[in-house]
Design a binder for this molecule. Structure first.
Ligand code: HEC
Length: 112
C-alpha cells in the first residue's frame, strides 16, 4: 500500500508537468483560420504533411507535439531545417498572438 502511494507521489508531478506542456497558449478558433491560410499548404488539412513528405507530420510524429509551447513557438518564429524545403520562419508573417493561436489549433486538432 505504502509503496503504491509513494509511486503515485513520484508520478503525479510528472503528469501535471506534461498536461502543463499541452496547455493551449492561445485561441484555437482564431488559429484555425491562420492554419488554413498559412500552414495547410504544406502541413495539409489533416496535419500529416502527406506523412511527413511536404512538412512535419503532427499526427503520427508524436515527438513534435510532445515539445513545450515555448519550444514550438520558437520553431514557428525561427523556422527549422533546410532554408528552401524546410519549415519557413513565420517571423514576418504572423504576430506573436497569431503564432499562439495557430499552435493552439494544432494542439487541439492533432494532439492526442
Ligand atoms: C512551405 C511549407 C511549410 C509551411 C507553409 C509551414 N510549414 Fe511547418 N514545417 C514544414 C517542414 C518542411 C517541416 C519539417 C522541418 C524539419 O523537421 O526539418 C515543418 C515542421 C513544423 C513543425 C515541427 C518542428 C519540429 O520541431 O519538428 C511545426 C511546429 C510547424 N512546422 C508549424 C507550422 C505552422 C504553425 C505553420 C503555419 C503558420 C507552418 N508550419 C507552415 C513546412 C512548412
Amino acid at each position: 500500500m505504502l509503496t503504491i502511494f509513494r509511486k503515485l507521489l513520484l508520478v503525479l508531478p510528472l503528469v501535471s508537468l506534461s498536461t502543463m506542456a499541452a496547455e493551449l497558449p492561445g485561441d484555437p478558433a482564431a488559429g484555425e483560420e491562420i492554419y488554413i491560410d498559412v500552414c495547410e499548404e504544406c502541413h495539409q488539412l489533416d496535419g500529416t504533411g502527406e506523412n511527413g513528405a511536404t512538412a512535419g507530420d503532427f499526427v503520427n510524429d508524436k515527438k513534435i507535439l510532445s515539445q513545450s509551447n515555448e519550444e514550438l513557438l520558437q520553431t514557428i518564429f525561427d523556422g527549422k531545417g533546410d532554408p528552401i524545403d524546410g519549415m519557413p520562419s513565420m517571423r514576418d508573417e504572423l504576430s506573436d498572438q497569431e503564432m499562439k493561436d495557430v499552435l493552439s489549433y494544432i494542439r487541439q486538432t492533432f494532439g492526442s
